[in-house]
Ligand binder design. Structure first.
Ligand SMILES: Cc1ncc(COP(=O)(O)O)c(C=O)c1O
Length: 393
């Protein structure tokens, strides 16, 4: 009955874990949720005020399909200020979140018989965005000891005459890995030699802890097939407002705009006014949130590395850690072998009420993703429970 494209996609594993946590909490259980992919901070008040003002000013109607001119000007200003990037207005489209931007761009560029390179471990949605177009996701290995940068031999060997694009995501969800400028340049050189479209998902661009972020297009300005994707969600604690944007080749942007006009009409008008304030108003809350995430990152990495059988490299960005449990996975628990990260993840949930996301969903069988977008108290409590579980294994 259903169209084939629906069977090509999977439900989001991260949203499924969040739903499971809510279910357990509703039963009155003391659940600690370490699976969330969003800041635990409220949207800063200047942004909320801008939304209220927008409603009072009557900005409650449809806007141009690709976003208001006001917001596109704010995006131009932000990209110049933070990323040393300059785009014309017809090279910018606003969508209902970064996820919507990426989905639309895949629809605009990929189709049956195309192949698209995705680096493993990957954000859960990338393969689905590609598969739903009929194109094939092709996975390239990365180096866990080196911020999950590409294994370049593997990358070269996976490119065929069908390869049309690649998706890069630094800082990364789920690993938190931040690629070096050199690794990005090398990746783009390879993309360029095969004329591939490069999607640079930069939704965690404001969350790098060891060095300043450099946008992919800023590093490789001579290659016009790079599309830059950013979002207000993580930077400004605006996940529910649904504002993301894409910048790059105007023909692709026009195609995305046409598709968007026939699907969602336009992004939410009020959220667009709020986003203009977010991007051009006071940026101090961004730094405050980043400072808190930095402290939490160091806390959770130290706690994990103190546990027997767990290894956790220090991720350079985002708000996730992706420890490896290889040593634990094959140990015996009351006669039952933990066969996978998923088994361990479910055991952590069932026995200790800690919600995490197993690495299988991201293409990494020995890892579990913990989000540290939560208080230090919850991080410590969750790590105590994990430690207790591991000591029982
Ligand atoms: C890597 C990555 N890209 C894009 C998104 C999309 O975020 P949003 O649609 O809220 O902008 C997310 C959200 O979790 C993400 O982790």
């Amino acid at each position: 009955m259903l169209a084939k494209r629906i069977s090509r996609i999977q439900p989001s594993a991260t949203l499924a874990m969040t739903a499971k946590a809510a279910e357990l909490r509703a039963e009155g259980k003391d659940v600690l949720n370490m699976s969330v992919g969003e800041p635990d901070f409220n949207t800063p008040s200047n942004i909320v005020d801008a939304a209220v003002q927008a409603m009072k000013n009557g900005h409650t109607r449809y806007t141009p399909g690709g976003g208001t001119k006001d917001l596109k000007l704010a995006i131009q200003k932000k990209l110049d200020r933070d990323n040393n990037l300059s785009y014309d207005l017809n090279q910018i489209i606003v969508s209902s979140g970064g996820k919507h931007s990426l989905y639309n761009a895949c629809q605009a560029l990929f189709e049956v018989d195309d192949e698209v390179i995705i680096f493993t471990p990957y954000w859960v949605s990338f393969p689905d965005f590609v598969s739903v177009t009929g194109a094939k996701p092709v996975f390239v290995q990365t180096d866990p000891d080196n911020q999950y940068q590409p294994i370049f031999d593997d990358l070269e060997s996976k490119i065929t005459n069908k390869t049309k694009g690649m998706i890069i995501n630094s800082p990364s969800n789920p690993t938190g890995g931040v690629w070096s400028d050199e690794a990005i340049r090398r990746t783009i050189d390879i993309a360029k030699s095969h004329s591939l479209w490069v999607f640079s998902d930069e939704c965690y661009e404001q969350l790098t802890y060891n060095r300043d972020f450099r946008s992919t297009f800023d590093l490789c300005k001579d290659y016009n097939r790079i599309l830059t994707f950013q979002s207000c969600s993580k930077t400004y604690a605006m996940t529910g407002w649904r504002i993301g944007y894409t910048c790059g080749d105007s023909t692709v942007i026009q195609a995305m705009s046409k598709l968007q006009g026939q699907s969602t009409s336009c992004p939410n008008s009020i959220a667009q006014y709020a986003a203009s304030e977010a991007l051009t108003g006071d940026q101090s809350s961004v730094l405050e949130m980043k400072k808190a995430f930095h402290i939490r990152r160091d806390l959770i990495v130290n706690r994990l590395n103190d546990m027997d059988g767990v290894t956790c490299d220090t991720p350079g960005g985002a708000f996730y850690v992706f420890p490896n449990f290889k040593e634990i996975i094959n140990r015996n628990v009351s006669g039952n072998k933990i066969k996978s990260a998923l088994d361990l993840c479910m055991m952590l949930l069932d026995e200790k009420l800690v919600v995490s996301v197993s690495g299988e969903s991201f293409g990494a069988d020995d890892n579990i993703r913990f989000s540290y977008a939560t208080s230090e108290e919850i991080i410590n409590d969750a790590m105590d429970r994990l430690e207790a579980l591991l000591s029982e294994i």
